[in-house]
Design a protein around this ligand. Structure first.
Ligand code: ADP
Ligand code: MG
Length: 261
């Protein structure tokens, strides 16, 4: 599993008031999967995405990203995971308003220490790829919503992350632009990018290969699709592996032959 959450809780604390928002979230995503988490406004979707994206920390529980126990990471290590493993897409695009499309896309590369010439080259290629080769010098104000989200997609993918996290990616878009964004997600997933999309919209969620619902901070799985922990699964594999490592006695050999017949 490329992402796994085990018993994740999140409480927001304001003064003396503690509001439980996520309650015992157990969830996993296999590498290459395209999953949607769907739920109404206020159900905890953005809170969950911020935790998976290492933008915020859970109150308790464990989070594994690409085999790494992120719940035990320092802030710097979390920033490292964000930069190298995850691309983000937000409903409101989160572009720098005064910077050009090219500068916006190139930004993560500057954090990654890529020289400026190389940054521009790669950002230009990324913008070409999302069909905005003729809009590189435009600022967000000079772009339509759909174009802004394509700039955001180019920026999200510039460091070649394994995981794309999207929070209501079509929420601020007209239908045609929303459809274009969904087509791009499908193409990225076909290239092997793991996608977690969060939405309140069943029509948008339907673009994913698997949908899990969230209600009032709790996940609801379709029957028979409940999350099984890799921890116990891994332990089982280990047992089986250990047995196989031992030289097969004569009885075992007979059994194996019998199975083949
Ligand atoms: P969704 O994205 O599904 O609409 P959110 O994750 O944004 O839901 O919010 C879930 C709940 O947590 C809401 O009741 C919201 O009011 C509360 N909440 C979100 N962020 C904060 C915060 N920073 N402080 C306190 N409460 C918050
Ligand atoms: Mg939200």
């Amino acid at each position: 599993m490329i992402v796994e959450l085990r018993h994740v809780y999140k409480n927001y604390i304001q003064g003396k008031m503690e509001t439980p928002v996520l309650k015992d979230i157990n969830f996993g995503i296999e590498e290459g999967e395209y999953v949607a988490i769907m739920g109404p406004s206020g159900s905890g979707k953005s809170t969950l995405m911020n935790i998976v994206g290492c933008l915020d920390q859970a109150t308790s529980g464990e989070l594994f990203i690409d085999g790494r126990d992120v719940s035990k990471c320092t802030d710097n290590e979390m920033a490292d995971v964000r930069l190298n493993k995850i691309g983000f897409i937000f409903q409101n695009f989160q572009l720098l308003p005064r910077e050009t499309a090219l500068e916006n896309v190139a930004l993560p590369l500057s954090y990654a220490g890529v020289p400026v010439k190389e940054r521009r080259k790669r950002a230009a290629e990324a913008l070409e790829k999302v069909g905005l080769g003729d809009r590189m010098k435009h600022t967000p104000l000079q772009l339509s919503g759909g174009q802004k989200q394509r700039v955001a997609i180019a920026r999200a993918m510039i460091n070649h992350p394994k995981i794309l996290l999207a929070d209501e990616p079509t929420g601020a878009l007209d239908q045609a632009s929303g459809r274009a964004v969904m087509e791009m997600f499908r193409a990225l997933n076909d290239e092997g990018i793991t996608i977690l999309m969060i939405t309140h919209d069943a029509n948008i969620a339907a673009h994913a290969d698997r949908i899990v619902e969230i209600w009032d901070g709790e996940l609801r799985y379709p029957e028979g699709e409940e999350h099984t922990f890799t921890g116990s699964a891994a332990a089982k594999n280990k047992e089986t592996g250990a047995e196989q490592d031992q030289p097969a006695g004569p009885e075992d050999a007979e059994e194996t032959e019998a199975e083949h017949e």
